[in-house]
Design a protein around this ligand. Structure first.
Ligand code: ZN
Length: 375
């Protein structure tokens, strides 16, 4: 009887564990931030203003998430046409202990021909064009009382102000870029939009959020046909649907990393991969040969612990590695990703991962097959 009770308690405990990993406790919290509002119209179009497009998409996105994801809590920075200060938007997310922050904006350019979608993560703008977008979006703080004190003298229109974004250590960069790439992929494939890529720039609203965060520019209000698309219910639904699909993708990956469905999905994925590659419905000899191939392939999978991501390359030895050695580095999406330790079985790394996480809280295990990162 005693033993039974113990087993029962252990089972309950094991069932609960996976649900303790969200910042909020048992639900994944996503903050949906419709840019601008109230006295701040955002970019001005001929038939609609930015604040209305952003809100329309934000509400549709929230509806889609809440309909299909009971384990997700949605927090809006605004649900109506009201003015919300930039700092307050980030604070709402921080107070809610959000796991993800999605800011929705609409672009505008002098050139009427510019059209398409861009998704930004926090970083130093590498082009004049990206810097201009950040300047325009950050300029909303000029409408706030006392903005100079609140933003410590930050002048949203001066290029010099943006130099500080070069030194920002964003520990969530990896996850943010991951989501940004998925959003752009969805825009391109599912919504048929012009994909202008994942970009970096110094957005104040992203700087102050303590979680993975992206700022989506859903299209150009300055382009007549894109404006019509963005003003329409169908257009807004299409955009929201793409962000929603990307969100689901991101969350599934997040859950996997937290160990919720990790092994099952991973094995299933591997089996599917190898199965797909080995469909040779002929003689027995060939089959054996393929099995051998499969084994060789499996052996070539290497797991490592990724602990840091940066736009800069720090070489083989650096104090930034906090004593971890040897450290290896690979490049992906223009970013340097730093790893340590390796094993052919991911379970062998679990202990090391606990150690590394004492130094780098967000470290995780990443797999490589023939030098290619496993998705
Ligand atoms: Zn905006």
């Amino acid at each position: 009887m005693k033993k039974k009770k113990l087993i029962y308690l252990l089972t309950v405990f094991l069932l609960i564990i996976p649900f303790l990993s969200y910042a909020d406790g048992n639900r994944f919290v996503v903050v949906i931030d419709a840019g601008h509002g109230g006295k701040d119209p955002g970019a001005i179009g001929k038939i609609i203003n930015e604040k209305k497009v952003n809100l329309g998409i934000a509400l549709k996105l929230g509806e889609m998430i809440s309909k299909n994801n009971p384990d997700v809590k949605i927090v809006y920075t605004r649900k109506t046409d009201v003015f919300v200060e930039l700092q307050e938007r980030a604070s709402i997310a921080n107070r809610a202990k959000a796991d993800l922050f999605i800011s929705i904006h609409t672009n505008s350019a002098k050139s009427k021909s510019a059209f398409g979608t861009e998704t930004y993560t926090l970083g130093l703008a590498r082009s004049e064009e990206n810097l201009e977008v950040a300047k325009r979006e950050n300029s909303v703080i000029l409408l706030e009382d006392d903005f100079s004190t609140r933003y410590e003298g930050f002048d949203p229109k001066s290029t010099e102000s943006y130099i500080m974004f070069e030194f920002i250590q964003d520990k969530h960069m990896e996850q943010s870029i991951d989501l940004a790439s998925t959003i752009q992929k969805q825009f391109r494939s599912a919504a048929g939009r012009n994909d202008r890529g994942v970009r970096q720039a110094g957005f104040l609203v992203l700087r102050n959020t303590g979680m993975p965060s992206v700022l989506v520019e859903v299209g150009y209000i300055s382009n007549a046909s894109e404006e019509r698309f963005l003003a329409s219910k169908e257009g807004q639904t299409k955009i929201a649907r793409s962000i929603y699909n990307a969100f689901c993708d991101y969350k599934a990956g997040y859950d996997r990393k937290q160990g919720r469905i990790y092994n099952k999905t991973d094995n299933a994925k591997n089996n599917k991969e190898t199965a797909g590659k080995n469909i040779v419905p002929v003689s027995g000899t060939k089959k054996t040969q393929n099995n051998t191939d499969e084994q060789t392939k499996t052996r070539q999978i290497v797991y490592k612990i990724q602990f840091m991501t940066s736009t800069a390359y720090y070489g083989k030895k650096s104090s930034r590695y906090k004593g971890l050695s040897p450290v290896s580095c690979y490049k992906e999406n223009g970013l340097y990703k730093y790893t340590c330790y390796e094993a052919s079985d991911r379970n062998d790394l679990q202990k090391k991962l606990t150690e590394v996480r004492k130094l780098f809280k967000d470290a995780f295990i990443v797999g490589f097959k023939d030098g290619e990162k496993l998705k």
